[in-house]
Write a new protein. Structure first.
Length: 317
């Protein structure tokens, strides 16, 4: 039997999402192989140990989105403002050894952040994070007119390093451990909005300069999270099977797109679920790749270890 013969003809109706029961984001892997990842809809952070045990790490989480580890193995959180109320709209840090949980920054020039989204750390310990706002209900509460990119220096001071019109709506961010390069996903879901991956040089103070477009996903769904490997390749979570609005197409199927530092596509890891959001390297050799998408945490393998601030891989051979 042809399944298209059952009920209405194929293509005459289309299922759409009626409700989210989970929306995974922000994976980060510690030295023991435990993966910490966000469930934004349920306002919690989950953790999956190397033996497969799943538990709740923090609830509520302040609508935590992106996460990463700093040089000392402390877990950094982008507390956002999406998928419901009670968003923290700040950057926080957890010492997993002592349990200490602290606020690093929650305002800039006296105004609360919009919805901190993604975060990374360079080899000097400087923190970079993005602050867009994608949730329409939260946009009504924005105190800033800027959706920007910020750097937290070692003394705790915060500098806005990118804003409009140089970029439109910053999302995923990654920085090389030698603090020479910064990559930024600029994904703006409005008519004609950017679907770009930007490549910036960083000066000695951590300021971006010499912008070039590494890749443009337009008119498909642009990138979300991103990570780098030890050879400088860029891994971008992008694409969608079922466009969610008129300003998005299915021309970019969901997957992890791998780009060379020169901006050529060297591979794609298909991910069979919408909407793919982020990724992180882990495992003893740094080649295990964890991917968040929709309600699922996926796992696969890469050929090259990830470039991360922490942990340092126990590579054999």
């Amino acid at each position: 039997m042809q399944y298209s013969q059952i009920g209405l003809p194929t293509g005459s109706v289309k299922a759409t999402v009626a409700a989210w029961v989970a929306f995974t984001e922000g994976p980060a892997v510690d030295a023991n192989g435990t993966v910490y990842f966000s469930d934004m809809v349920n306002n919690r952070i989950l953790k999956l140990t190397s033996d497969g045990t799943l538990s709740v790490f923090r609830e509520p989480s302040g609508r935590t989105n992106g996460q990463t580890f700093d040089l000392e193995g402390r877990l950094l959180h982008c507390e956002g403002a999406e998928y419901g109320p009670d968003g923290g709209r700040r950057i926080t840090r957890t010492n997993l050894q002592s349990g200490e949980y602290e606020i690093l920054t929650e305002t800039f020039e006296g105004l609360r952040y919009n919805a901190p989204n993604d975060i990374c750390v360079d080899g000097l310990g400087r923190i970079y994070f993005t602050d867009p706002c994608y949730w329409e209900a939260s946009r009504k509460e924005m105190e800033m007119t800027v959706e920007g990119v910020y750097r937290i220096d070692l003394d705790g001071s915060v500098t806005r390093i990118l804003k409009q019109p140089a970029i439109q709506r910053p999302n995923g961010i990654a920085v090389t451990q030698n603090a020479k390069k910064l990559y930024l996903i600029d994904s703006c879901p409005v008519p004609g909005g950017n679907r770009k991956v930007w490549d910036f040089d960083l000066d000695a103070d951590g300021n971006p300069e010499n912008p070039t477009v590494l890749w443009d996903f337009a008119p498909g769904r642009g990138g979300d999270g991103m990570r780098l490997d030890m050879e400088g390749n860029i891994y971008v979570a992008a694409g969608i099977k079922n466009p969610r609005h008129a300003n998005e197409t299915d021309e970019v199927p969901p997957g992890i797109y791998v780009f060379t530092p020169g901006g050529e596509v060297s591979g794609r890891i298909p991910i069979p679920e919408d909407a793919i959001t982020n990724l992180s390297f882990g495992g003893d050799d740094g080649k295990t790749l964890y991917v968040t998408a929709g309600k699922t945490l996926f796992k696969t393998r890469a050929d090259i270890p990830g470039q991360v601030a922490y942990p340092k891989w126990k590579i054999v051979g």
